[in-house]
Design a protein around this ligand. Structure first.
Ligand SMILES: [Zn+2]
Length: 66
């Protein structure tokens, strides 16, 4: 058998079901690229906060209570 090479040393078992630990790179235009620290998957995150549209958590709370 030519396919006898063992893959037991590869920790690739948990690429499907795990909580991706996204590490977000610095924003690049409207997108930020997140890389999962666990499986190495990448995902694009949209930077929906445009200039002048930054809302802090506290402002959120005030707006919700109004
Ligand atoms: Zn992952």
């Amino acid at each position: 058998m030519a396919l006898a090479t063992s893959t037991a040393t590869s920790p690739a078992a948990s690429t499907e079901q795990h909580f991706h630990r996204w590490r977000i790179d610095e924003p690049n235009g409207q997108l930020s690229i997140g890389t999962c620290k666990t499986c190495g998957a990448t995902k694009e995150f949209k930077n929906w906060l445009s200039d002048g549209d930054f809302i802090t958590n506290e402002e959120h709370r005030i707006a919700a209570a109004a």
